[in-house]
Design a protein around this ligand. Structure first.
Ligand SMILES: [Zn+2]
Ligand SMILES: [Zn+2]
Length: 375
């Protein structure tokens, strides 16, 4: 029992020719001999698909099938016969021009190909990330040859229609196949699918029309950019082929780790030291900010880990530009290496301390803070 070609290709009764071609390619791709080496059914399924395609892509055969079915076709002499082929791969190649060329990215003929993308990286300081900056990048990109402007011919010499393909960019070969004559099209190897050939190849690029060239560009880095963010510059990658658009340039931005600030989203975090006696007495501390040093007051009895927020002293938001905060974490440093006199003073202080000096009912204890942070 012969199978219904519409079902084999998974298309509707009224599918246009373009859909049938697409469906055949899709089915064929799945059955490619290279990926189905161990599937004995792949060859049969491919033959079925090929036959379905031959029927549905031919106006007359399709009309006969629609009216009379497979019998109508065989009574008119349309009978697939794969006996002339050796292996499954041979059959496949008969349809797709060897090595599955029809599925390759470049395809054949004069199809335009977009140029590839280029990636570069730059490193900037946190201050520059905060204000925004301009960086100069240099990179190698494939560009049209300067001497021949990309047309591959030595200046002043003619470009002629390719003799091999007659300007079509592809070469057709006609072979006998299961279905009678089968036409194969492949990119012309003389002109590489261009259809034109330089009589005298350009000396600079050897007739390729393209060359690697050093490109230099100034990149605007927006204020607020983060470490490892990318800036995409459209159209600054490798040149396209056969009229295709160029690729893009991707600039990876690295922000150098800063000795003073740790970034947390749009906030910056700093740690400042205060000696235990000064924390007890209250003190004025100098805090570095992106806008320069700033004096902040810590009140008497300031505990380790106290956070003081400086509003609007953080990084700008990439989108809105509003700045985050700077969080200043106060580190209370306990004095070390005491001299004899200091030791006496500390002993006297220690002896005089009472519970009232060490606990504050209104203030969150370190234990409470740890518990809150870990919750
Ligand atoms: Zn050619
Ligand atoms: Zn050139």
């Amino acid at each position: 029992m012969k199978t219904n070609p519409y079902e084999v290709l998974g298309v509707g009764r009224d599918a246009p020719a373009a859909d049938i071609k697409k469906a055949f390619r899709r089915v064929a791709r799945a059955l490619h001999p290279d990926v189905n080496r161990d599937d004995p059914d792949a060859e049969e399924k491919f033959k079925e698909a090929a036959e379905a395609h031959e029927i549905l892509s031919d106006h007359e055969r399709r009309a006969i099938y629609d009216r009379y079915g497979h019998e109508g076709l065989s009574s008119r002499g349309y009978e697939p016969d794969f006996s002339g082929f050796g292996t499954f791969a041979d059959i496949f190649d008969a349809f797709f021009g060897g090595a599955g060329a029809a599925f390759g990215r470049s395809g054949f003929g004069r199809s335009a190909v977009q140029g590839g993308d280029v990636a570069v990286s730059v490193e900037i300081a946190l201050e520059n990330a905060a204000t925004g900056t301009t960086v100069d990048v240099e990179y190698d990109a494939v560009s049209p040859c300067e001497r021949c402007n990309g047309n591959a011919a030595e200046p002043g010499t003619p470009i002629e229609t390719c003799g091999r393909c007659g300007g079509a960019g592809q070469v057709r070969t006609v072979t006998r196949s299961a279905f009678g004559q089968l036409v194969r099209a492949q990119a012309c190897d003389a002109c590489g699918g261009e259809g034109k050939l330089a009589k005298t190849p350009c000396k600079r690029c050897g007739g390729r029309g393209r060359e690697a060239a050093r490109a230099a560009l100034s990149i605007d880095v927006p204020a607020g950019i983060g470490d490892e963010q990318r800036i995409r510059v459209s159209g600054r990658g490798h040149a396209g082929e056969r009229g295709g658009p160029p690729g893009d340039l991707f600039v990876l931005v690295r922000v150098t780790p800063d000795e003073r600030f740790v970034r947390d989203g749009n906030d910056l975090v700093t740690v400042v030291d205060v000696s235990a006696p000064n924390a007890a007495l209250g003190a004025t501390l100098t805090v570095p900010t992106l806008d320069g040093d700033e004096q902040i007051e810590v009140r008497p009895g300031t505990q380790p880990g106290t956070v003081i927020s400086l509003r609007g002293r953080g990084m700008p938001s990439l989108r809105r530009g509003a700045r985050g905060d700077q969080r200043v974490v106060v580190n209370v440093v306990v004095p070390r290496h005491l001299t004899g006199e200091q030791r006496d003073l500390a002993e006297r202080l220690a002896e005089s301390l009472t519970d009232r000096n060490l606990a504050d009912r209104d203030e969150e204890s370190l234990f409470q803070r740890v518990r809150r942070a870990l919750r």
